[in-house]
Design a protein around this ligand. Structure first.
Ligand code: DGL
Length: 267
């Protein structure tokens, strides 16, 4: 980032699809003066089963696009993109505030009473060295059961937050975690907060469900404040792009973002 970046420049946010809107909502709630740009790479979703090389290339493309739109900071609102691509982006843009996602292992390890924590995330996140390092660092004293969720992101992309198919899929993922005695569940993918209400219906009330959107929004606030680039507002309306057919995202925006907006094709 040029050190002269204007505080009223927008924050650029991207994800493999619409999941990152769960993070965007938290940023909007905490930082209403900030103008927001969002790219859904829905033409390449899911990232969860793609190679790290492929995801790194997508991170480069999406970051370049958001910077060309004047972004003063980048948020990788995607756990899978973060494990594959955040290090390279930080090397490439050393002056730019770049914020990634991380499954909430530390707070979950502190919260569990049973000593058993479940993690729902993509295969890519769970297989990564970054996730292994996170467990080594914060979860030595607890048992962590990991559960990849293939197919779930596609249901959420389609706006199926409560369908019978989504429910059946989720039930299959949650059952082994319950059988192992987990009392704390980490949502390690930004798509999953959208199915939290459905998930709650499948869990005993005593089980805590932890996601990281609000913590990431606070981290964005701290980074911008440290660089002296918090916006004074008023914010411009959020702008959206998709690398898939824009109509599909436009259709689910009222459900996931809370209001309708135009979605442009990613050039
Ligand atoms: N939303 C993403 C995450 O946080 C990735 C989902 C996917 O594309 O597989 O991991």
């Amino acid at each position: 980032m040029p050190s002269s970046a204007s505080s009223d420049a927008p924050i650029g946010v991207f994800d493999s699809g619409v999941g990152g809107l769960s993070v965007l909502r938290e940023i909007r709630a905490l930082l209403p003066n900030e103008s927001l740009l969002y790219v859904a790479d829905s033409g390449h979703v899911p990232y969860g089963d793609k190679s790290p090389e492929f995801i790194r290339e997508r991170c480069r493309v999406l970051a370049e696009f958001l910077l060309s739109q004047g972004a003063k900071a980048l948020v990788l609102a995607c756990n899978t993109a973060t494990v594959a691509g955040v290090a390279e982006l930080r090397e490439r843009y050393p002056q730019l505030p770049i914020i990634g996602m991380e499954p909430a292992v530390k707070p979950a390890a502190a919260a569990t009473k049973a000593g058993v924590v479940g993690v729902l995330a993509t295969t890519g996140t769970l297989k990564s060295a970054k996730f292994a390092a996170l467990l080594d660092r914060f979860a030595c004293d607890v048992r962590v059961i990991t559960q990849p969720c293939p197919g779930l992101v596609e249901r959420i992309e389609a706006g199926e937050l409560e369908s019978a198919a989504t429910r059946a899929l989720l039930q299959g993922f949650v059952a082994p975690l319950l059988a192992e005695g987990c009392d704390t569940l980490i949502l390690g993918c930004t798509h999953y907060p959208f199915i939290k209400p459905l998930l709650r219906t499948l869990l005993p009330a005593s089980i805590s469900v932890i996601d990281t959107g609000a913590a990431v929004a606070r981290h964005v606030q701290r980074m911008l404040s440290a660089q002296g680039v918090l916006a004074s507002g008023p914010a411009q309306p959020a702008q959206f792009w998709s690398s898939a057919e824009p109509q599909a995202m436009q259709h689910v925006l009222p459900l996931l973002w809370g209001k309708a907006a135009e979605v442009l094709p990613l050039p």
